[in-house]
Design a protein. Structure first.
Length: 89
C-alpha cells in the first residue's frame, strides 16, 4: 500500500516536471524569436545610421584620432583661459 502511494506521488512529480520542462522550452523559443527580431532590427538601424551623413564630417571621421575632435572642440575654451590668465599678469 505504501509503495503504491509512493509510485503515484512519483508519477505526479514526473508529470509536473515534464510540464515545467515543456513550458520552459516554449519560453526559450519565444525568447530566441524576440532576440532574432531584435538583431534584425538593430542591423537595419545600424545600416540606416551608416547611410546618413555625419555632422561635422570634416572634423570627425572613422580613421581620425578620437582625441583630435576633442582638441578641436576645446580650442576656444583654451583661448579664453589664456586670455583670462593674462588679465592677472
Amino acid at each position: 500500500m505504501g509503495s503504491s502511494l509512493l509510485e503515484a506521488d512519483l508519477r505526479r512529480t514526473d508529470a509536473y516536471l515534464l510540464a515545467t520542462i515543456e513550458e520552459l522550452r516554449r519560453g526559450l523559443k519565444a525568447v530566441k524569436l524576440e532576440l532574432q527580431d531584435f538583431k534584425k532590427s538593430s542591423i537595419k538601424n545600424e545600416t540606416k545610421r551608416r547611410k546618413e551623413p555625419v555632422e561635422n564630417s570634416s572634423i570627425i571621421n572613422n580613421n581620425a584620432n578620437p582625441y583630435f575632435a576633442l582638441q578641436i572642440l576645446n580650442e576656444p575654451r583654451k583661448k579664453e583661459v589664456l586670455e583670462e590668465s593674462e588679465l592677472f599678469l
